[in-house]
Design a protein around this ligand. Structure first.
Ligand code: UD1
Ligand code: CA
Length: 456
């Protein structure tokens, strides 16, 4: 198909959300409803994407992460036909225009592609629904050709029996769409400019009206309330879980998985209950994720095990590592092979090389750690002087005794041993034991104080 424009209607108020935020900015799977639609539209490689906004003012254009998109204000909002009209001055006559809805977030590329493949005429996306309440009905003649769409509020009792409904999504030759829109009238129950009235006009003009059905019914579900939003979120999460199961991922419970972004898994990955994946997450072969982990924008290589309740954000974890339980990897963490990070260990903006371990209660920030290093329990890198951050550098084969403070900037040379309880403020020499502690003394005969008794 030749040139394509996409118009996304997003001007509605969304009264039933009971929110100060424009409806289309509420999130599904961690992303604004209308952003889902914009992202899907981009996949069609259109000439132009035009978002019609209104209610909530500039919040919609501000919130969207999008290039090559024009935003047009619809004020006041006089109906779906009026909304598309606002976009027309920005569209060239050549090719087709596809109308999508900012509050119908899960429309899929495959379905739209199917619409694109239909040759010529006006193409409607329709679906047969058991409960068609509230939808515009597709009216066909005896030959089965579409003759019009009638809104529920304007429908006769017989028309209300029709189960084939208008999803709202349609595609039309841009030149004809412009013409039809200019002829819309508001002589209907809602006093609005109905986009759907163009169907009758197409029929009058002898233009073929085609229908296409979506691959899944959930693709055309619109959001009007928080309960519909929650329901569609669940539907989407089930779709994600099924996608992973089909690929061979083991999910302890597909109903207790949340993916807010893109999760890519290798072979024989196991994910326990209650895990949340955000942004772009890549899990290698044989990766195991324990219960209740939160993993965001991270890559985890083959054979690594993440124990329960661990948080990983913007980090790269190498193969065969052991992380958690209760570990926290913050942005800029890069772990090489066979690294162990244990409970209540926080790592930030640090690189840790092969076979090094920090197993208990530590803070490692702005640090480089070499190979085969053991970081004792309770070790803290003091990276912040109140104004600036400084780096700690630890060589290979270092042993850091428990409860050590490394005051950055500082370098612990390869082979160093640091005695437990030390505060290290200067660089340490290679291969030597360094410690900083007051000497242990015993005060012979010292008495513990006793509680005073008062008599009255
Ligand atoms: C519309 C269709 C109906 C269809 C249904 C599917 C018309 C006349 N009716 O009805 O056939 O079955 O969708 O859900 O088109 N919007 C604007 N500006 C406006 C009015 C609406 O941007 O002035 C946007 C809304 O934000 C929403 C969408 O258009 O995203 C649909 O509007 P809505 O009023 O919900 O349409 P329905 O009455 O449900
Ligand atoms: Ca309406």
């Amino acid at each position: 198909m030749n040139l394509l424009n996409v118009v996304i209607l997003a001007a509605g108020r969304g009264t039933r959300m009971h929110s100060d935020k424009p409806k289309v900015l509420h999130a599904l799977a961690g992303k604004a409803l209308v952003q889902h639609v914009v992202d899907c539209a981009h996949k069609l490689d259109p000439q132009q994407i035009c978002v019609v906004y209104g209610h909530g003012g500039e919040a919609v254009p501000k919130a969207l992460d999008t290039s090559d998109t024009i935003f047009v204000l619809q004020e006041p909002q006089l109906g779906t036909g009026h909304a598309v009209q606002q976009a027309m001055p920005h569209l060239e006559d050549d090719g087709h225009t596809l109308v999508l809805y900012g509050d119908v977030p899960l429309i899929q590329h495959a379905t739209l592609h199917q619409m694109q493949r239909v040759e010529g005429g006006l193409t409607l996306l329709t679906v047969n629904m058991e409960n068609a309440l509230g939808y515009g009905r597709i009216v066909r003649n005896e030959q089965g050709d579409v003759v019009s769409i009638v809104e529920e509020k304007d429908a006769t009792p017989e028309q209300r029996e029709i189960r084939e409904v208008n999803t709202g999504i349609l595609m039309a030759p841009t030149r004809l769409l412009r013409l039809w829109l200019s002829n819309l009238r508001t002589n209907n129950a809602q006093g609005e400019y109905y986009l759907t009235d163009i169907v009758g006009m197409a029929v009058e003009d002898g233009v073929a009206v085609h229908t296409v059905q979506p691959n899944h019914e959930w693709e055309i579900h619109g959001i009007n309330s928080k309960s519909q939003l929650a329901a569609l979120e669940r539907t989407w999460q089930q779709v994600e879980a099924q996608r992973l199961l089909v690929q061979g991922v083991t999910l302890a419970d597909p109903a207790r998985l949340d993916v807010r972004g893109r999760l890519e898994c290798g072979r024989d990955v196991e994910i326990d209950v209650g895990c949340l994946f955000e942004g772009e997450v890549k899990l290698g072969n044989n990766v195991q994720i324990g219960a209740y982990c939160i993993i965001k924008n991270a890559a985890i290589a083959d054979g690594t095990q993440i124990a329960p309740f661990s948080h990983i954000d913007s980090s790269v974890v190498g193969p065969d590592c052991r992380i958690g339980p209760y570990a926290r990897l913050r942005p800029g963490t890069r772990l090489h092979d066979e690294v162990h990070i244990g409970n209540f260990v926080e790592v930030k903006n640090s690189e840790i090389e092969r076979s090094s371990k920090a197993n208990h209660l530590s803070y490692i920030g702005d640090t480089t750690i070499g190979r085969r290093v053991n970081v004792g329990a309770g070790t803290i890198t003091c990276n912040y002087d109140g104004a600036n951050k400084h780096r700690t550098v630890i060589g290979d084969d270092v042993f850091i005794g428990s409860d050590t403070q490394l005051v950055a900037p500082v370098t612990v040379a390869s082979g160093s041993t640091i005695g437990a309880g030390s505060t290290i403020t200067r660089n340490t020499p290679e291969g030597e034991l360094t410690l900083s502690r007051s000497k242990q003394v015993t005060v012979n005969g010292w008495q513990r104080p006793v509680k005073k008794t008062t008599r009255e």
